[in-house]
Design a protein around this ligand. Structure first.
Ligand SMILES: C[S@@+](CC[C@H](N)C(=O)[O-])C[C@H]1O[C@@H](n2cnc3c(N)ncnc32)[C@H](O)[C@@H]1O
Length: 403
């Protein structure tokens, strides 16, 4: 039955009838993976099934070549998942396993044929920011005079579009009664700050005040000049360290690759000002990595630079997510863009929620995580503790080489 189901899946793709596939009822209950959802996408290298692994607190996407899907499904069905659904234009197939792991295949005709889902092309995705007729993109050096994206800026342009796509979907969930105050921490050359302003103000017609915070005076001056030339009245940049920015009425806080602990400063400011939404893509996780280096427990991981880096990322962002949850934020971490465009492709999305939190349980989880990996402290945790007397742990000038 399992192989029948897999054959129907392959047949539906070959005959352009495939709509979607879902694997559910995970056997392993402890790893928080709830289901896997697969849709067809076309990338430069050909057709793939894009599988979204839905965990309790985050999603992970893996694109698998069609030729590899049979093997992938064999490894999952009946061994990792006890149910699967295949939706085609005309049929709905359900595969179910009983306690003895015997499979049964059910087949239902769709009451009316489903329209095939438009194939997603990575090249033809909806753009939130348009490269043509946008003075600021030209002035920032992202496009030419004719609106062609400059070769080495294509990845940045994609990242910004994707960031805005996610921001857009989050903002739609929130009702704002007044002008929305948005702060971009570590705004750098202002690519994201300008694009967010342009989309929310000019495309959606929202009342916004957008502020970019950046330590480098030269960048701040250039950005303010371009904002003026573009007629972007409610966009301005301020030379400041994130720590010194003390305005309290921030509605939305964003950051894209704020170096190392600057991401913690960003999250901290968001929490302090009770921001409704925080969307932050972290960068270089040095603060925790340096502590990991000293940990005897992690000898095998510490041997390999790349594993050490990934591990530092996982630990840091897990702790950040738990701390945000503890502060009353519904938090999710996703890959916002494929790693072929940037290795720093995680996005922390935290929205203020009224739901009750078990703070003690969350504190215990953080403690356990730190103990497991021999971590003494995480920077955001220290900021939230707010120990004014002992600031020796501070590192105010994180230097990042990922730009
Ligand atoms: C990697 S760049 C990213 C710039 C921009 N967000 C982007 O994605 O194009 C990080 C920027 O954050 C700034 N930065 C780092 N730490 C900061 C801090 N504590 N306060 C303000 N700006 C900071 C750096 O000067 C740099 O311009």
């Amino acid at each position: 039955m399992t192989s029948d189901f897999i054959h129907k899946f392959i047949y539906s793709i070959e005959n352009k009838e495939f709509i979607k596939i879902t694997l559910s009822k995970p056997i392993e209950k402890n790893n928080s993976l709830e289901n896997i959802y697969g849709k067809l996408i076309e990338l430069k290298k050909g057709l793939f099934i894009s599988f979204t692994f839905r965990y309790k607190m985050r999603d992970e996407v893996k694109n698998i070549e069609i030729s590899q899907c049979e093997q992938f499904l064999k490894e999952q069905l009946g061994t990792k998942f006890l149910a699967a659904d295949l939706m085609t234009i005309s049929q709905h197939y359900s595969l179910k396993y009983n306690k003895k792991r015997e499979a049964q295949l059910f087949e239902h005709k769709q009451s009316k044929p489903i329209q095939p889902i438009e194939l997603q092309h990575d090249k033809e995705k909806k753009r939130y920011i348009h490269s043509k007729n946008n003075l600021y993109l030209e002035k920032l050096g992202i496009v030419t005079k004719n609106g062609e994206i400059i070769k080495n800026k294509e990845d940045k342009f994609r990242q910004i579009n994707k960031f805005i796509e996610i921001l857009d979907s989050q903002i739609k969930e929130i009702h704002f009664e007044k002008t929305i105050k948005i702060v971009d921490m570590g705004s750098g050359k202002g690519y994201l700050t300008f694009a967010v302003y342009d989309y929310l103000k000019n495309s959606l017609g929202l009342n916004v005040n957008v502020i970019g915070i950046e330590t480098q005076e030269k960048l701040v001056n250039i950005c303010n000049l371009i904002a003026q030339e573009s007629g972007f009245e409610f966009l301005y940049f301020r030379q400041s360290n994130i720590n010194d920015f003390n305005e309290s009425d921030i509605d939305i806080l964003i950051s894209l690759h704020a170096c190392d602990t600057a991401t913690d400063d960003t999250l901290h400011k968001g929490i302090q000002s009770n921001a409704r939404l925080i969307v932050s893509s972290p960068c270089c996780h040095k603060q925790v990595r340096e502590q990991m280096n000293k940990s005897k427990k992690l000898l095998q991981i510490n041997k390999f630079g790349i594993l050490r880096e990934r591990q530092a990322e996982l630990i840091t962002d897990s702790i950040r997510a738990l701390l945000l949850e503890k502060q009353g934020y519904k938090t999710n971490i996703i890959e916002f863009i494929s790693s072929e465009y940037t290795g720093k492709n995680l996005l922390i999305i935290a929205s203020k929620s009224q739901a009750e939190r078990d703070k003690e349980k969350l504190s215990a989880e953080i403690k356990e995580l730190k103990k497991l990996f021999g971590i003494e402290y995480q920077y955001l945790e220290k900021l939230l503790e707010g120990n004014e007397n002992d600031q020796s742990w501070r590192n105010l000038n994180p230097v990042c080489h990922i730009h």
